[in-house]
Write a protein that binds this ligand. Structure first.
Ligand code: XUL
Ligand code: CO
Length: 434
């Protein structure tokens, strides 16, 4: 027990409560054949909730947590105690962490690894005593100045090797803690200016690095999924993992499309000029949907504000795509979200997560109702119904050619008539559920 969250009792599902409680998140409620907890698979992000100090480009720390600056192992352990108290208050089934969030970096790779393993021992004990499971582990390959020009894509091969050692250790710790996934977000895998950059060489290095990670996963018998997290820019001007479609092309080029899936973040989708549901639908269509980071951006500011979700209609459309993809397998809903820097108190952190869990629960219920009623899908099926005709299917088959299709179209004197896409009618239909 850290004492930091002592004034806050564990939350319960109580729709009539005037205080801190869940009004929609009822873990045992069945939604499309699964308990709500098992559909949503919520995870708390260690870095934002226990590492972020409330700074911005114009000012430093605003949060006074007793474990800050967490630059000793004693403080790191105090932070772990507080984190697991917090997980218990929320009753979340999962958490996620980077190496950098949980232990101070040492002055050598060996010291850093030893510290990571000591914290992992503490996590293992707390997890065995009723704590949450690990949704994913990851390595921070972007904060230290050695990574200023990238990790796998750094022009210096020693940085590539240092990053490899770091990922080896983080992957092994994730495996030891029975993590369900291992995430790689290419924090500075990109560039600022072409004047000093060879993008073809950097992409080859990034492909090789990912292949090495996949090989090691199989070597140690890690059964979780390897996930890449796309983001178009920030911190570098041009990030290589721009969006879902770009990452799919990258995976295909390096023969990794059956080994790696994606962790899709709502805010990153918005930075890429897409909607969240677009990115989810693309990943499902390409067979690489894995997990989500459920944090929004501010639509006006144009950078990654990592805010907790609060827009039920948007979240409903996101879970609609997730349910259409068959729901989460190894993935889940990770809140890669941070408080606003004026939200100083322990209760702010609890309320932020509780509200976000309720927004997701409402969104999930709406999505499930829309799918079960089948009205949207029926309209979609009707729109493509022509493709059920044998002559339409024949065009897609091996026996057809451009010439045979063209000759037939001319012989039939085809004159296709446009049909309404019914967008407004479909939007009105969605509005009846939200
Ligand atoms: C950064 C981001 C990261 C990854 C994990 O924008 O989303 O927190 O989720 O490294
Ligand atoms: Co993220």
């Amino acid at each position: 027990m850290s004492g930091y969250f002592d004034s806050i009792s564990p939350l319960t599902f109580d729709p009539d409560s005037e205080g801190l409680a869940f009004r929609h998140y009822d873990p045992d409620q069945m939604v499309m054949g699964k308990r709500m907890e098992d559909q949503l698979r919520f995870a708390v992000a260690y870095w934002h909730s226990f590492g972020w100090e409330g700074g911005d480009p114009f000012g430093g720390r605003t949060f006074e947590r007793p474990w800050f600056p967490a630059d000793t192992m004693e403080l790191a352990i105090m932070r772990a105690d507080a984190a697991f108290d917090f997980f218990r208050i929320l009753g979340v089934p999962f958490f996620c962490f980077h190496d950098h969030d949980v232990r101070p970096e040492g002055d050598s790779l060996a010291v850093s690894r030893d510290r990571l393993n000591r914290i992992a021992d503490i996590f293992a004990e707390k997890m065995a005593n009723g704590g949450p499971r690990l949704l994913w582990g990851t390595a921070n390959l972007f904060t230290n100045r050695r990574y200023m020009a990238g990790a796998a894509t750094n022009p210096d091969p020693d940085v590539f090797a240092y990053a490899a050692a770091t990922v080896r250790d983080c992957l092994e710790v994730t495996h030891r803690l029975d993590g369900e996934n291992y995430v790689l977000w290419g924090g500075r895998e990109g560039y600022e200016t072409l004047l000093n950059t060879d993008p073809g060489q950097e992409l080859d290095h990034m492909g090789r690095f990912l292949s090495l990670v996949v090989e090691h996963k199989h070597k140690i018998g890690f059964k979780g999924a390897i996930l890449l997290e796309p983001k178009p820019q920030e911190p570098t001007k041009h990030q290589y993992d721009y969006d879902v479609a770009t990452v799919y092309g990258f995976l295909k080029r390096y023969g990794l499309e059956n080994e790696v899936k994606l962790n899709i973040e709502q805010g990153h989708a918005i930075l890429a000029g897409h909607s969240f549901e677009h990115e989810l639908a693309m990943a499902n269509a390409l067979g690489i949907f894995g997990s989500v980071d459920m944090n929004r951006n501010d639509y006006q500011s144009g950078w990654d504000t990592d805010q907790f979700p609060n827009n039920v209609p948007e979240i409903a459309l996101a879970y609609y795509e997730i349910l259409k993809a068959g729901g989460f397998a190894s993935g889940g809903t990770n809140f890669d979200a941070r408080l606003r820097r004026q939200s100083l108190d322990p209760v702010d952190l609890v309320a932020a997560h509780a509200g976000a869990m309720d927004v997701c629960a409402r969104g999930l219920k709406v999505a499930a109702a829309m799918l079960e009623d089948d009205k949207l899908e029926a309209a979609r099926r009707a729109r493509y119904a022509g493709w059920q005709r044998p002559e339409a299917q024949a065009m897609l088959g091996a026996g057809s050619s451009l010439e045979s299709i063209a000759d037939k179209a001319m012989a039939q004197g085809l004159d296709p008539q446009p049909v309404s896409g019914r967008q407004e009618i479909l939007e009105n239909l969605v509005n009846r559920y939200v």
